[in-house]
Ligand binder design. Structure first.
Ligand code: HEM
Length: 517
């Protein structure tokens, strides 16, 4: 009897030993990747900061895998593969990996993290669509006009707070559309709460949270030993407070019988038909703040940093703007007659993309691609940051590339390798950012007006003629690439322009019965 027990124990221990030894080893069916080590796989190779900067080499032919413990990450590293996998086979690859942290924070009511096969994802995309279609966004041009006019006025009077003015302006554009409430001051409680919250929410995707996705058993660790759970709880409280505060105000106006055109009010009207719970509506509205305000604000801050570092680009763009509009403020239609400004916007998206690795996709089921098997729910990241193969001088901020070819790629690329699209910064396939047209409407106007109104210059008179970039010090670490607040000298380009800004702002304010500020 004791022999049988000994043999059973020996077999059990050997099985466990071999099982553990296999931990971290790449399955033959996965795309290739760097050599693994037992248990960790490639976990030790993963950058803990600024993950998109690392170029893993071109020898993997556009797709490779990284083993993380017993799981894997698939990385798509050229545009041909982005097209074949994430665009052309979008129905299969539009899902999301498991985001246990985000689900814990939002109760699974966050479209960004929802699987494409879920009812919640489908209904959210459906109800957002009428708000963000190319036709629908036209009606927000007057709002973009108002917010960018105030942006110019605020910068004119308090240039040192550039960063905060941009955040306020972009946030106010979204809070007005979604919750019918402007955020007219950069130090108002909503703007401060938003800034504090947005700094935290991205930590749900950070290395402090991610291991839980690979070792789900960590979810059972009691909170007092699980710092990530404390962090999620704090973020959850901040998120609820922000979203519900804005939403309760919409409900109050509804009770008071006020006419309300905002998205949240429309959702409340349709609540019964859509069979949505109140909390679900709140989160559908709330995610538009997170997705819409921070991305557009970061984009503008990144663009201005480029203009500060490349004064010749600034001068050339200002000449184009002046030529098109003279002394009047640019309006939304003017963008068509400003190819160089359009090129600057595209180049900023390429050079400093707001979401460099996009948001991971996943396949709905195990899927075959080029003879490899990509297991369902495996995170698929994009790593085409400043694609070295497609662009001439990829590491230079050079908007002219978009005047030479519409997608900015170099000429003479072999067939099939030159595929790219200027919508790439907004994602892929069925997951393509629903707010793209809304973002473009506001960004185009803001950029034209900033160029028209101000000179932006380095405070360092000894700045090198070939600008230096120090991503790790100049940018905030996280899944978005966003410049830290930076100093620059901002001056109105003429007294006439300054007085046009004053007058435009005051006439808007008077038109709103003094409500603008
Ligand atoms: C410069 C501005 C913006 C950039 C660069 C940007 C970028 C992105 C990217 C890369 C994704 C992931 C796409 C994918 O998974 O393939 C995304 C998703 C999303 N964005 Fe945007 N975005 C911007 C503005 C906006 C705006 C203005 C809104 C709405 C008001 C918005 C709402 C969303 C939502 C709701 C999702 C989730 C879509 C889903 O998971 O199906 N974004 N965005």
């Amino acid at each position: 009897m004791s022999d049988i027990v000994t043999i059973a124990v020996f077999c059990g221990v050997s099985w466990l030993f071999f099982k553990v030894l296999r931990f971290g080893r790449r399955e033959d069916t996965l795309p290739p990747g760097p050599p693994t080590v037992p248990i960790l796989g490639n976990a030790h190779l993963l950058p803990t900061k600024f993950p998109y900067i690392k170029h893993w080499g071109t020898h993997y032919d556009g797709i490779f895998s990284l083993k993380v413990l017993n799981g894997a990450i698939v990385v798509v590293s050229d545009m041909k593969t982005v097209k074949e996998l994430l665009d052309d086979r979008s129905a299969e690859f539009a899902s999301r990996p498991v985001f246990l942290g985000m689900d814990a924070v939002t109760g699974g009511r966050y479209i960004v993290a929802s699987p494409a096969e879920s009812h919640f994802w489908k209904i959210t995309r459906k109800v957002i669509q009428p708000l963000v279609s190319p036709q629908a966004v036209q009606k927000y041009c007057p709002l973009a006009d108002m917010e960018t006019t105030q942006l110019l006025y605020d910068i004119l009077h308090e240039p040192e707070a550039l960063y905060n003015h941009i955040t306020r302006s972009m946030l106010s554009f979204i809070t007005t559309i979604v919750f019918g409430q402007r955020t007219s001051e950069h130090d108002s409680p909503i703007v401060i709460a938003f800034r504090e919250y947005i700094e935290q929410i991205f930590r749900v995707f950070s290395p402090e949270s991610v291991p839980v996705n690979f070792i789900p058993a960590l979810m059972y660790v009691p909170e007092r030993w699980a710092p990530w759970k404390k962090m999620w709880k704090k973020i959850q409280a901040m998120q609820c407070s922000l979203y519900f505060k804005l939403f309760r105000e919409v409900e109050r106006r509804k009770r008071a019988g006020m006419i309300d055109e905002c998205f949240a009010a429309k959702m409340l009207e349709q609540q019964e038909d859509l069979a949505l719970e109140r909390d679900t509506i709140v989160y559908i509205c709330g995610v538009l703040l997170d997705g819409g305000a921070e991305t557009t604000a970061s984009f503008l801050q990144n663009l201005i940093l480029c203009l500060v570092k490349y004064p010749a680009v600034l001068k050339k763009a200002q000449a184009e703007v002046d030529n098109a509009v003279g002394d009047r403020l640019p309006d939304s239609n003017d963008i068509k007659s400003m190819p160089y400004v359009q090129a600057i916007i595209k180049e900023t998206h390429r050079f400093l993309p707001t979401a460099p690795t996009s948001i991971p996709h996943a396949s709905v089921d195990d899927s075959e691609y080029r003879g490899y098997i990509i297991p369902r729910k495996t995170p698929i990241l994009i790593n085409v940051y400043r694609d070295l193969e497609l662009y001439e001088r990829p590491e230079a901020f050079w908007p002219e590339r978009y005047l030479l070819s519409p997608d900015g790629t170099m000429s003479g690329l072999p067939d099939g390798t030159g595929y790219t699209r200027t919508t790439l910064p907004f994602g892929s396939g069925k997951r393509l950012c629903p707010g793209m047209h809304l973002a473009n409407t506001n960004i185009n106007l803001a950029v034209m007006r900033l160029l028209w109104a101000f000179d932006f210059a380095s405070i360092d008179s000894t700045a090198p003629s070939t600008p230096k970039w120090d991503i790790e010090n100049e940018f905030v670490d996280g899944i978005t690439l966003s410049a830290k607040p930076f100093q620059c000298k901002i001056t109105p380009r003429s007294t006439r322009k300054a007085s046009i800004i004053e007058k435009s702002y005051k006439s808007l304010r008077d038109g709103f019965g003094g409500q603008l500020q």
